[in-house]
Design a protein around this ligand. Structure first.
Ligand SMILES: Cc1cc2nc3c(=O)[nH]c(=O)nc-3n(C[C@H](O)[C@H](O)[C@H](O)COP(=O)(O)OP(=O)(O)OC[C@H]3O[C@@H](n4cnc5c(N)ncnc54)[C@H](O)[C@@H]3O)c2cc1C
Length: 402
């Protein structure tokens, strides 16, 4: 494996660093650091999205002809790495990183011309309608029905855990268009407008008191037949393409290592109550060192996948390995962060947001205040995008060939 970066790559990395230095204003940095949820709220992401869009650096995984920056896989990796280290907010990934690449790959010229610019501008905000009550890991059993009537689809059923559906004006959904066909073959990928009487969104509050996910109901909701992506029955193929993007193949390790650096900085200042600062507590220091080694080993795995992608091989099912390891590491790091702050790390403010003038007063520091909500919210990492058990089965079958 050759993971040495070229002079051009390093020059690009420096350009990204200079850009982030200039454009990440204190509000964006605070919004990102003080968000316990997986997704940053739209007031923060929209501002960051506009800055990236103006620079042409927004849709990093789209082909150049569709509005992407035309970067190599190494440039994409370096950009994500620098954003993670700098603590940049996330962008609205449901549009930019999930449905966007699907439209680029499977959409008609008319669908591309209509939807892609609106994703870039932020005019459209997307949510994902895959899971249903009873159809999560066993996604192919989904029941939401879309029936073709003239030039429309009429949709009935429900989706659950729809992240940010309360902000979205479009949902990309897996729907059953042919109940007679074999499970996977009867599924299609349909884009459905949210702002219509047939669509209802009910909040589901998480245990950290974040409003992030929802239950979404379709009661004779309508979508133009022109909003079908690909052919009827092609939904499962498209769903698998999207899930591989969702599970990464990307760049999680640098962000985890940066988090460990921040924890170490605080541990040098935070009193342990017995033995000076927390970093002098042998148990804490050992946990920190162990997690750093695991994150470094994980970074090598990500770089190995990157090296293969440079040679033109797709990341494929190895993305499950990345999803599995990064989720578990992230949860362990979140637990360490809670422990670092002692009783201050146990506070659970229920008001949101935790940034800006309306944020509640922290007990101790802002970092201590966000530790517990982040830990609680982070329990979902090993569930969404496919649970640990499901990833392990994919790895056993498709990576290890067992
Ligand atoms: C915070 C959050 C956000 C989400 N956002 C979205 C979203 O925006 N859109 C969307 O469509 N979905 C979303 N999801 C749903 C997510 O993808 C599902 O929760 C996930 O696929 C698991 O499905 P389930 O919840 O139905 O659990 P189940 O499938 O019922 O699984 C329950 C348990 O059984 C285990 N299990 C199931 N099948 C097997 C098997 N074959 N072998 C071994 N063990 C098994 C699982 O690992 C799990 O531990 C989100 C979930 C969360 C928690």
């Amino acid at each position: 494996m050759d993971i040495a970066f070229t002079d051009e790559d390093l020059a690009f990395r420096d350009e990204v660093r200079a850009f982030l230095d200039e454009k990440l204003n204190p509000r964006l940095r605070e919004g990102s650091a003080q968000t316990p949820s997986v997704f940053t709220e739209p007031d923060i992401t929209r501002e960051w999205q506009a800055i990236l869009n103006e620079k042409g650096w927004l849709a990093t995984s789209w082909p150049k002809e569709d509005g992407g920056p035309g970067w190599s896989v190494v440039q994409k990796y370096l950009f994500e790495k620098e954003c993670a280290i700098a603590g940049a907010p996330s962008v609205p990934i449901l549009g930019l990183k999930l449905v966007g690449p699907v439209i680029c790959r499977f959409g008609t010229p008319a669908q591309k011309a209509h939807f892609l610019p609106r994703i870039l501008s932020g005019e459209d905000y997307w949510c994902q309608g895959y899971s249903e009550p009873g159809s999560g890991s066993d996604l192919a059993s989904l029941k939401t029905r879309a029936e073709r009537v003239g030039d429309k689809y009429i949709v009935n059923g429900s989706k659950i855990w729809t992240t940010h559906a309360h902000h979205a004006n479009w949902i990309f959904a897996l729907v059953r268009t042919n109940p007679e066909a074999k499970k996977q073959e009867g599924i299609s990928f349909l884009l459905i407008p949210m702002e219509q009487p047939g669509v209802t969104v009910n909040p589901i509050m998480t245990m950290a008191n974040d409003h992030e996910v929802n239950a979404t109901f379709f009661d004779n909701a309508e979508s133009d037949a022109s909003n079908l992506i690909g052919e009827e029955g092609q939904g499962w193929t498209i769903a698998k393409f999207l899930l591989e993007n969702e599970r990464g193949g990307g760049c999680a390790a640098p962000g985890l290592l940066a988090q460990l650096d921040r924890i170490e900085d605080y541990a040098r200042a935070e009193p342990s109550g017995v033995n000076g600062p927390m970093i002098h507590d042998a148990g804490f220091a050992q946990r920190l060192a162990r997690l750093r080694l695991e994150a470094q080993a994980f970074e090598v795995t990500e770089l190995r996948i990157l090296a293969e992608m440079i040679k033109g091989r797709p990341a494929g099912p190895q993305t499950s390995l990345v999803k599995l390891v990064s989720s578990n590491l992230r949860q362990s790091i979140q637990m360490l962060s809670v422990d670092l702050f002692g009783y201050e790390g146990l506070q659970l403010p229920t008001a949101r947001p935790l940034y800006g003038n309306m944020a509640p007063e922290p007990i101790g520091s802002n970092e201590a205040q966000v530790a517990m909500p982040t830990y609680l919210n982070g329990r979902a990492y090993t569930i969404f995008g496919g649970s640990d058990e499901v990833q392990k089965t994919i790895i056993a079958k498709q990576v290890l060939g067992l």
